[in-house]
Design a protein around this ligand. Structure first.
Ligand code: DPN
Ligand code: CA
Ligand code: ZN
Length: 309
């Protein structure tokens, strides 16, 4: 009986008229259809705005407004952080789940801008949509984590990591100090997918635990991983420079899948992970749903576990 009561609490079942706040929740299975619905919206936004969602173009701001409206309706505290790049105003979206210890922040994020040549649905509508659906799931489950969850959608990544760098630079030393981890998701639905986890080697101490956690998220689903050295190629870089432990997952870009990778992951050997990388053909047709699903589930695994949800 006691166990049953605990289980009801854990799954957030309505008892009488009250939905109990969540003390402990197992990381959820994110429905990939919900992530795909966000990608359909981002595609629609690009199509309605000259075919892209690039920094300084109307499709970027429309993308940010879409994500922000969903988060506001879900009870997030959102804020737009502005910066200037290449003569245009840029925007980061920061969203905090207003529960848990504000001095212990677990941050995750990805860039929301595309290149100007295309709609950027895999790069990086995919990471943006996966993060959004995880954030909305936290709200739907009414999770009360021990630590504070913060999400970032970055602008002007494609111009040189400008939005995320501006954000980290805007923080005081004390504000940087409360961020205990930053986990990055940039390209998670590649059509010929990889299951890469960012290597902790050469990254701030504490990054190894994030690498281990992400690997464990995939292995729990029976998915083999490889480590990848992403160096300074995405938005984790500014956080790493500030000494914040970082990690991330990646389904591959212009690199080609090897024969041994095709054996372990399926797909085509000697073909790029994403043949439409930075091209006009990076549309909703350029997404592998299995990859999008698995990486999104691993985002949830990492976010929930790191936050002590
Ligand atoms: N930073 C990505 C881009 O937006 O072009 C590509 C990338 C992501 C490369 C992650 C390596 C690792
Ligand atoms: Ca799923
Ligand atoms: Zn990218």
């Amino acid at each position: 009986m006691k166990l049953l009561a605990a289980m009801l609490l854990v799954v957030g079942t309505t008892v009488g008229t009250v939905t109990p706040a969540q003390a402990v929740v197992a990381p959820p299975d994110i429905p990939v259809a919900n992530v795909q619905a966000h990608l359909t919206e981002l595609q629609r936004i690009a199509t309605a705005n000259g075919g892209n969602r690039a920094h300084g173009r109307p499709g970027y701001r429309a993308s940010l407004d879409y994500v922000k409206a969903k988060l506001d309706a879900a009870g997030y505290q959102t804020r737009i952080h502005q910066f200037t790049a290449s003569g245009a105003t840029g925007y980061n979206l920061i969203a905090e789940w207003p529960h848990g210890d504000a001095n212990n922040v677990i941050m995750s994020g990805g860039h929301l801008d595309s290149v100007s040549r295309g709609p950027g649905i895999n790069d990086n509508g995919s990471g943006s949509a996966g993060l959004l659906e995880v954030a909305l799931t936290v709200s739907r489950q009414n999770v009360r984590p021990t630590k504070r969850l913060r999400f970032g959608w970055w602008g002007a990544e494609e111009l040189g990591l400008i939005g995320s760098t501006a954000y980290v630079n805007s923080l005081t030393t004390a504000q940087r100090g409360v961020i205990k981890a930053y986990v990055n998701f940039d390209m998670i639905g590649s059509p010929n997918p990889a299951y890469f986890v960012y290597s902790a080697s050469g990254q701030p101490s504490g990054s190894q635990a994030i690498e281990d956690l992400l690997e464990q998220g995939f292995s729990a689903k029976g998915v083999p991983t490889e480590l990848t050295s992403v160096g300074g190629r995405s938005d984790h870089a500014a956080f790493a420079r500030a000494g914040i432990p970082i990690g991330g997952t990646f389904s591959g870009a212009e690199g080609r899948k090897t024969a041994s990778q095709a054996q372990k992951w399926g797909g085509s050997a000697n073909v790029a992970f994403d043949r439409c990388y930075h091209q006009a053909c990076d549309t909703t047709s350029n997404i592998n749903a299995t990859s999008l699903d698995r990486h999104s589930d691993v985002i949830a695994h990492a976010v929930y576990t790191l936050a002590g949800a």
